[in-house]
Design a protein around this ligand. Structure first.
Ligand code: 5AD
Ligand code: SF4
Length: 474
């Protein structure tokens, strides 16, 4: 998956699923790592377990089941899981000494990639379930409760969407005014650094009817903004109700007609799949927010080739020019890798150059991390760690400067903000700008779920302050 935001806090226990749960006798603690797809999946798992009498807790100590929904994208992310498992094992031992049982489960991409190996390295783990097997989670938990060590990572391709909500159950997942909606999973691009095609499997699109049904349920439940999710979301395609082949652009045009849905987003995209109809959607749909996460990874054609990205730096720049022509206020976001095998100083300067040319509003940058089984890991010209460190520092300094400049450029502008939640201070609420920035505003201006027009007074390091909120907080 292209975008990877560290999310280490447990998912909020506030869930409408709890209200519908049968007698909740057991508690599950869930920790989610990695991308938005994992956040979405954690919610699905919570719902599946709620139907089985598990209530979500944010206190690990009182849990009967701890699930780590893991990320395998870089070594650091995967290794974190093992150190966390060490801590949970201690809790399991303490509980056992008091006659209480604690089951430990690993889900997500580390589960898929390492399977049985996890139980070998961390014998306290009771269950390992890969992303395509989540619909089997309740039965796996039952088996684990009866003492079996369960590893579920095999799946048939036709089962791929089994774990996603059936439309009639989708409303259960409502958790606020914004929601994720998975439309596509897996990846066939095989970038040579990336483990996703191996952990999430082949690229497959969810049928239009299922997507529209889920979107409808979400809208009925009060969701105002939907983010379509996929590892390669813009590779999504399917047969439309008109019998024609649809791409993501056509799907967005259809979703824009759905009453209640005021805002649409999608993530995460590959430059090769930015079709004309998708660019037209950016031009024609006010509901489609002017923010696009479109990773380029590197600026040197030689490295892009070695990464198997199958486009050049000039292709990417031309594409952005077309997108900006269609939607002049669009903000660009990207991912970058420094120190891919064979990257020279000149190659790295090309990355700096492309960053300067594009001018990013948001970006995620990483040191190359060799992943087992990927072609990159087998290359023999690895870059020294201290060189990667220096390059990352320089790149991040430039990206931070651009991000700060983008935030500052919002000051004085009027914009629509979708109010999402109460603020930290009384009398404040927090919403999102069209460009995905947090905006703090005076709670008298609107309620959660409202879209209000505000003028930005100040840009802080992590959020914007709307004019009247500035007065409220002073
Ligand atoms: N090493 C470093 N970064 C990686 N990414 C993916 N694989 C690796 C790797 N092996 C980055 C890419 C991707 C983001 C989610 O993580 O930039 O877009
Ligand atoms: Fe990984 Fe490349 Fe697929 Fe993105 S497009 S998930 S980086 S293989």
């Amino acid at each position: 998956m292209e975008q990877n935001i560290a999310l280490e806090q447990p998912i909020s226990p506030a869930s409408s699923a709890q209200a519908e749960a049968p007698a909740a006798t057991k508690k599950v603690f869930m920790k989610t790592y990695g991308c938005q797809m994992n956040v979405y999946d954690s919610q699905l798992m919570t719902d599946a377990l709620a139907a089985d009498g598990y209530r979500l807790t944010d206190n690990m100590e009182e849990a009967d089941l701890v699930l780590l929904n893991t990320c395998h994208i870089r070594e650091k992310a995967a290794e974190k899981v093992y150190s966390e498992l060490g801590r949970i094992r201690k809790l399991k031992e303490e509980k056992a000494a008091n006659g209480q049982e604690l089951l430990i489960g690993v889900t997500g991409c580390v589960a898929q990639a390492e399977g049985q190996e996890i139980i070998r390295r961390a014998p306290a783990v009771d269950l390992v379930v890969g992303p395509q097997s989540y619909h089997r989670l309740p039965s796996v938990v039952k088996r684990a409760r009866s003492g079996e060590k369960v590893v579920e990572t095999e799946y048939a391709i036709e089962d791929k969407f089994e774990h996603l909500p059936q439309p009639e159950k989708a409303a259960v997942r409502h958790r606020g005014v914004t929601a994720f909606l998975t439309v596509q999973e897996g990846c066939d691009k095989f970038c040579t650094f990336c483990v996703v095609p191996y952990t999430r499997g082949a690229e497959i699109s969810r049928p239009v009817s299922q997507i529209l049904a889920e979107a409808e349920r979400l809208a009925e439940a009060g969701v105002r903004e939907v983010t379509l999710l996929g590892q390669n979301v813009n590779a999504w395609h399917g047969e439309g109700p008109d019998g024609k082949e649809w791409g993501l652009g056509e799907l967005l045009f259809r979703l824009a007609e759905m009453p209640g849905l005021a805002r649409l987003r999608y993530t995460t995209s590959h430059p090769r799949d930015m079709t004309d109809s998708l660019i037209a959607a950016h031009r024609d749909l006010p509901q489609l927010m002017p923010y696009l996460h479109l990773p380029v990874q590197a600026g040197s054609d030689r490295i892009l080739k070695a990464m198997n990205r199958r486009h050049t730096a000039a292709d990417y720049l031309r594409l952005i020019e077309r997108i900006r022509k269609a939607r002049p206020d669009i903000a660009m976001s990207g991912d970058f890798i420094v120190g891919f095998p064979g990257e020279t100083d000149e190659d790295f300067e090309e990355t700096m150059r492309i960053v300067r040319e594009v001018n990013y509003a948001q970006a995620f940058s990483f040191k190359y991390s060799p992943r087992p089984g990927t072609p990159g890991a087998a290359m023999d010209n690895h870059v020294e760690e201290h060189v990667k460190d220096e390059r990352l520092q320089r790149l991040q300094a430039l990206l931070n400067e651009q991000q700060q400049a983008f935030a500052t450029s919002r000051v004085g502008l009027e914009m629509d903000v979708l109010i999402e939640k109460p603020g930290r201070l009384p009398g404040q609420v927090v919403g999102r700008s069209p460009w995905l920035q947090a905006v703090v505003i005076d709670s008298e201006l609107g309620d959660i779920g409202d879209i209000v027009r505000v003028r930005i007074a100040k840009a802080g390091p992590h959020s914007l302050l709307a004019e009247s909120a500035g007065m409220a907080s002073s």
